[in-house]
Design a protein. Structure first.
Length: 145
């Protein structure tokens, strides 16, 4: 296995390790890398902000997948994950192929509204649903051209 360190902090991938939107397989496993500095308590050094965190999920099917050409993944992301790679794991027997399919764009919020009618006020809570949106590599490759 070849391992290289990018002194610039940037990681490049070759075209043979990229999968375009139309070739992404729904329900395949994905890995998300990022630096979600919004997680943990800084006072007690729970997480090292200089080391990426790895999350695992799957590619989801959703109507928006076919209308907006964005990838919906079942993988919680947080501020600091944006721009991080989404890697599809395509298992074949005892091996696997890893392809970069996109970059994290945003998390999908879960909004819940509680209404107190007698007192005439409402409270809206927004939390992380555990789903995220990723921009497919097609758009990234167009930007690089």
């Amino acid at each position: 296995m070849l391992r290289e360190a990018a002194t610039s902090g940037l990681l490049g991938v070759s075209l043979n390790t990229v999968r375009k939107y139309d070739d992404v397989l729904v329900a395949n496993e994905v890995l998300v890398f990022g630096y979600p500095t919004s997680l943990g308590l800084k006072e007690i050094s729970q997480l090292d902000p200089l080391r990426p965190l790895l999350r695992q999920g799957i590619v989801c099917w959703a109507e928006s997948r076919y209308t907006t050409k964005l990838l919906v993944i079942d993988c919680a992301v947080y501020p600091g994950n944006s721009g991080g790679p989404v890697v599809e794991v395509d298992r074949n027997g005892f091996g696997a192929n890893f392809r970069v399919i996109g970059v994290v764009r945003e998390f999908v919020p879960f909004a819940e509204t509680w209404i107190n009618s007698p007192m005439n006020y409402a409270n809206k809570t927004i939390t992380n649903s555990g789903y995220a949106i990723a921009t497919p590599m097609d758009f990234v490759l167009d930007l690089v051209k």
